[in-house]
Design a protein around this ligand. Structure first.
Ligand code: DX5
Ligand code: ZN
Length: 226
């Protein structure tokens, strides 16, 4: 039976060349990317600093596919409106920093964005059972967040399967995204485990032909669905 899942590609600009940001983002956006993934880091929740909502607003000046913002920050509630105003299509927060996760997800949706929750490698999928109705996307971190170019953690595959089961049991339309160490080698396993949305940074932007690199990952994933 054909698998109804459609693979979405979400190139992460963390590994893009900032001097060529417009050119590189346009290249992937015009050649099949479904989302542009923006990694926001605060130097507190994760040991690295990147960009803020200004980056989302800047991208929106020339990109019309959804911006998929991944907040790796300690205080996401403070910035929900700012990301909505900047034009983020999806806003993903980390479960580990949200004391009132249900309320946070409602606030994201009330601002007109899709709501996502990300889980660190140490966080169990069952922490999402009671917020499943408020979710549009689950992001399973397949490395510890904070840096591009890290090695995929194989144990994540069990979590992807658990998240897929949770989504299927809910009967809801929720995307299952994976982030960290995704490349032409690891993609087959994550798709087989149930992922449908692939973040990739270094495996796209560190390659000489970024469009081909993105398409190669998608093609390798699609083989698992045939
Ligand atoms: C890491 C970020 C990722 C990062 C992935 O904390 O959330 O989105 O860009 O980079 P790669 O694909 O190089 O592992
Ligand atoms: Zn990310």
């Amino acid at each position: 039976m054909p698998n109804p899942r459609q693979i979405y590609m979400a190139p992460s600009i963390l590994s893009a060349d900032l001097l060529k940001l417009e050119e590189q983002v346009n290249q992937v956006a015009k050649n099949g990317a479904d989302f542009i993934h923006v990694d926001v880091m605060d130097g507190h929740f994760v040991p690295n600093l990147t960009f803020g909502h200004n980056m989302v607003a800047t991208l929106k000046r020339f990109v019309d596919i959804p911006i998929d913002t991944h907040l790796m920050i300690s205080n996401p509630d403070m910035y929900i409106e700012a990301y909505a105003e900047a034009g983020s299509g999806i806003l993903t927060v980390h479960q580990e920093v949200c004391t009132h996760l249900h309320r946070t997800l409602q606030a994201i949706r009330q601002c007109g964005m899709k709501a996502g929750v990300s889980l660190n490698p140490a966080t169990n999928v069952n922490t999402l059972e009671d917020v499943i109705d408020e979710l549009d996307l689950i992001l399973i971190m397949t490395v510890n967040p904070g840096f591009g170019g890290q090695t995929f953690i194989p144990r994540s595959l069990d979590k992807i399967r658990a998240a897929r089961n949770l989504i299927e049991a809910s009967g809801r339309n929720i995307r299952l995204e994976v982030d960290g160490g995704i490349n032409t080698e690891t993609v087959a396993q994550v798709i087989a485990a149930g992922a449908d949305t692939l973040v990739a940074g270094s495996a796209i932007f560190n390659k000489p032909d970024i469009v081909k690199a993105m398409q190669d990952i998608r093609t390798a994933g699609e083989k698992m669905l045939q």
